[in-house]
Write a protein that binds this ligand. Structure first.
Ligand SMILES: [Zn+2]
Length: 162
């Protein structure tokens, strides 16, 4: 199965190994997905690559905990668009609406007093994302985590913005 979007010039896999940190176990996970040649977030493949339960399922999105959460987080949830799309321009009005409702519901349910919403889209060469299939992250960091106390181990997220 090939990516549906014709807007992307980088002919590719469904994942970007360049954006998985070398030496990290996630790198070998992505490497295996490259070999399998499938999209790990498409509904028919998700269960094979993602072992966390689906916490919420709507018409357009499903919610699950990230299998590989960033360091020093209280919550790291993924909101995965059910249909394989890669670009933000492909999100329909109804899907946006559902995303908004889902975020509201989640932040209440998980008691997220402060957090970040990250949605990278399109060519991963520009975004730092490792999975092309469109998904959003909701992250609540843990500022009391020991990694935040040491500037050398300051945990970070790779999201290229400029
Ligand atoms: Zn997909």
């Amino acid at each position: 199965m090939k990516a549906q979007s014709s807007k992307h010039k980088t002919p590719k896999n469904f994942v970007d190994l360049n954006n998985a940190r070398p030496g990290h176990s996630y790198h070998s996970v992505i490497s295996n997905i490259v070999k399998d040649g499938v999209c790990p977030f498409c509904p028919d493949k998700l269960a094979k690559y993602h072992k966390n339960p689906i916490e919420m399922k709507g018409k357009f999105w499903l919610v699950t905990k990230n299998m590989y959460p960033y360091t020093a987080v209280k919550h790291h949830l993924l909101l995965i668009h059910k249909k394989h799309i890669e670009h933000i321009s492909e999100i329909t009005k109804d899907a946006w609406l559902e995303l908004q409702r889902t975020i509201k519901k989640l932040s209440k349910q998980k008691n997220v007093q402060g957090g970040s919403l990250m949605l990278r889209f399109g060519d991963t060469h520009f975004t730092g994302a490792s999975v092309n299939h469109l998904h959003a992250h909701i992250i609540q960091s843990d500022p009391d985590h020991k990694e935040y106390k040491n500037p050398k181990t300051m945990p970070g997220v790779i999201a290229r913005v400029g």
